[in-house]
Each structure stands twice: as C-alpha cells, then as structure tokens.
Design a protein around this ligand. Structure first.
Ligand code: MG
Length: 262
C-alpha cells in the first residue's frame, strides 16, 4: 500500500515538476533576461559615502557639500542662487526666492539635511518652513515639527496637503534633520490621463515615514491635488518660504526604472 502511494506520489511530483518547468519556460519569454543570465549587465560599482556623515556616494550629483552651489540655480532661471553660504551651510536668504537643481530629474534618490535655527520662533506653518518639490511640484514638507503643532498633512515628512508622515522623528530646533527620499515620477497616457501615479518613500532621520506612498497630484494649498501632464524630467525645487532654514549635504542620484517596469 505504502509502496503504491509512494510510486503515485513520485509520478505525481514528476508530472507537477514537468508542468511547472513548462510553465516557467513559457513565462520566461516575457522576460528580457534568463534566470542567472551571465549576459545580464552587472550593476555599476559605486563607492559608498560615509554614511554617518551622509556624504555623497560616487555616482551622485552633489548639490551642496559646503561651498560650491554651481549645480543649483534660482528657480525658473539659469542664474546663480541668492541663498547664502555660511560656515559650510546653505541658508535661505529671505526674498532670495526658491532654488532648484540645474539638471532635471525624474526617478531619483535625494539626500538633504536641514535645520531650523534655535532662536527661530515657529507657529504652525509660519516661521520655520521650507520644502522639497520633486519635479518642481510634489512637495515633501520641511517645517519645524517638534513642539510646533500644525495640520498633520503639513508636518515635516508629509506629502503636503495629502499624506501625513507615519511618525514624527523631528529633532529640536538647532539640531539637524536628514531626509533620504526615493521619488518615482508619474507616468501619463497620451491623452494626459495618469497611467501610474508618482510615489515617494521617505526616511526621516533614518525612520520610515512614507512607504511607497502614492502622490495624489501636484501640491496645492487648501485644495485637493490633481495631476497635470508634464515632462518626464523636471528640476527639484527647494522652497524659500521666507524663513532662514539651513541646509547641508545635499545630493541626488538618478535611479533606473523599477525591475517590474522594465
Ligand atoms: Mg513648505
């Protein structure tokens, strides 16, 4: 009895294996590369930066590392920025206007550190506000968020007006904060409708606060965001909200498409 069952089991298992192999063979046609394909290009070798000090990796575009601002421009122009370099830090110059990356980016990884001066008075959105606008229009909010209550979808690490951060790891005024952000650009159909929403993943001081969050549309104030078709790549904008926030260690890396989108 047990021998018959064992034989049947072996035959059944073999049949399943053959079917699975056939299915895999068929499914393989849908992929550009075979499993373990040695012809598949090796990932580019990158020397990591000093993670503790958030230095830029070797393939990053450095936006600000303490002195040069040549990879930044006054937003909407190709002119030098009016923000000030003070002691290896970049300071928002009130009235200096927004700044932006000289290059345009779609899918990217951004690192930026920011600080609100210790003596700055913050009241909700007023006094201690800036922001990172991917593609010049999708804002990850920067605002002092410890001991400064504001609406949750406008606190630090929020997708402004859309999604609050999962938690609030903001430091006290006078101490640095760090954002590590993965941004995925939206895809549009030929008729301008959205084929795939933009997404954002945000680590705020090393803590996950946005997890592949779908962006609802271009950042808007007191109104529901919606998409308007735009170019595949656009500059990243940093906001002059009239407050003297300080920045350091700013860099960005282009990233390729997600594997399943290839
Ligand atoms: Mg802002």
């Amino acid at each position: 009895m047990s021998t018959i069952l064992t034989t049947k089991t072996v035959l059944l298992t073999a049949a399943v294996c053959v079917a699975a192999a056939a299915a895999l063979q068929g499914a393989d046609h849908a992929f550009k590369w075979k499993v373990h394909d040695m012809d598949r290009p090796a990932p580019a070798q990158v020397t990591p930066g000093d993670y503790c000090s958030h230095g830029a990796p070797s393939d990053a575009t450095v936006l600000f590392a303490g002195s040069s601002t040549e990879n930044l421009v006054r937003f909407g122009t190709d002119q030098p920025i009016l923000w000030k370099v003070e002691g290896n830090e970049l300071v928002v110059a009130q009235g200096g206007g927004d700044i932006a990356t000289r290059e345009s980016f779609g899918d990217c990884q951004l690192h930026v550190e920011w600080m609100v001066p210790a003596d700055r008075e913050c009241k909700g959105q007023a006094g201690c506000n800036s922001g990172v606008f991917f593609m010049s229009q999708y804002e990850v909010q920067i605002v002092q968020s410890l001991d400064n209550r504001t609406y949750s979808d406008g606190t630090a690490g929020s997708l402004y007006g859309q999604h609050p951060p999962m938690v609030n790891p903001c430091t006290p005024k006078g101490e640095w904060n760090a954002y590590d952000i993965v941004f995925r650009a939206p895809h549009f159909n030929a008729d301008g409708s959205v084929a795939r929403a933009a997404t954002v993943t945000v680590f705020f001081n090393g803590v996950l606060v946005q997890d592949n969050t779908a962006i609802l549309g271009s950042t808007a104030h007191m109104q529901r965001a919606k998409y308007t078709q735009h170019a595949d790549r656009l500059p990243i904008k940093f906001q002059d909200h009239g407050d003297p926030l300080r920045f350091r260690n700013m860099w960005v890396r282009e990233i390729g498409p997600q594997p399943m989108a290839q």
